[in-house]
Design a protein around this ligand. Structure first.
Ligand SMILES: CC(C)(COP(=O)(O)OP(=O)(O)OC[C@H]1O[C@@H](n2cnc3c(N)ncnc32)[C@H](O)[C@@H]1OP(=O)(O)O)[C@@H](O)C(=O)NCCC(=O)NCCS
Length: 199
């Protein structure tokens, strides 16, 4: 696909990756607070991930976009939607995900960008459902899922890419369907689920 979708929100732009994003992306991937619930990445692994995410957007027109906050910073992290890795027990499907540099937490940027990504997924891509998952202890990420109106599956699952015995292996899966999303867009009450307090 030659045309990549680019998304503007009141404060953010979700766009294709640029070469200049690599350095700040490697810096955020080297921050132990950012990777507290993720598998850590070396500099070359971070560059390779940026390349894979950019290639995904080139291929499909959508993916995990680089996020820019105009007037604040040219790159603050990524937010977007992409196809699930086939090894996951609930694949195939499409997940929504996010990772921001620490100075940009606590401003509502992840939720703002994620709402725009859900809209692309349901309205432009035509998806019926979007999922999200994270290590059970990642309360900040779970709080974003709750803010979006996503509902948690009752049973956690072991992430196959996380080594056995790791405290990060147990994950929780959240889902939102097109109908629930549309209801929320129209101002209906959020579907069930107790909001998770952020750590
Ligand atoms: C997960 C992550 C993206 C969440 O970031 P976040 O900043 O907590 O989430 P949001 O952008 O939605 O911001 C919400 C916070 O901004 C506050 N906020 C401030 N100004 C706001 C505004 N104008 N609008 C909305 N919220 C605002 C909210 O009150 C909320 O504060 P709280 O954390 O004290 O409750 C971030 O912690 C991160 O990148 N973590 C590391 C990577 C990671 O774990 N990714 C997920 C892997 S599955």
């Amino acid at each position: 696909m030659s045309l990549s979708i680019e998304v503007e929100t009141p404060r953010l732009v979700l766009r294709q990756w640029r070469g200049a994003d690599r350095q700040p992306f490697a810096a955020l991937n080297a921050d132990p607070l950012v990777t507290e619930y993720l598998l850590p990445l070396t500099g070359p692994e971070s560059d390779a991930l940026a390349d894979r995410l950019a290639a995904g957007i080139d291929e499909h027109g959508w993916g995990f976009w680089a996020v820019e906050a105009p007037g604040v910073a040219p790159f603050i992290g990524f937010v977007g939607i992409k196809s699930l890795p086939p090894a996951l027990p609930f694949a195939p499907g499409v997940e929504i995900g996010w990772r921001l540099a620490r100075p940009h937490w606590g401003k509502g940027y992840a939720s703002e960008a994620a709402r725009a990504a859900l809209k692309v997924g349901f309205e432009q891509v035509g998806l019926d459902e979007i999922v999200a998952f994270t290590a059970t202890g990642n309360l900040r990420s779970r709080a974003v899922m709750e803010r979006l109106g996503m509902a948690a599956d009752p049973d956690p699952f072991d992430h196959p890419a996380v080594p056995e015995g790791s405290p990060l292996r147990l994950h929780v899966l959240y889902r939102i369907g097109r109908q629930d999303w549309r209801g929320l867009e129209n101002g209906d009450a959020a579907p069930g689920g107790t909001p998770v307090a952020a750590a």
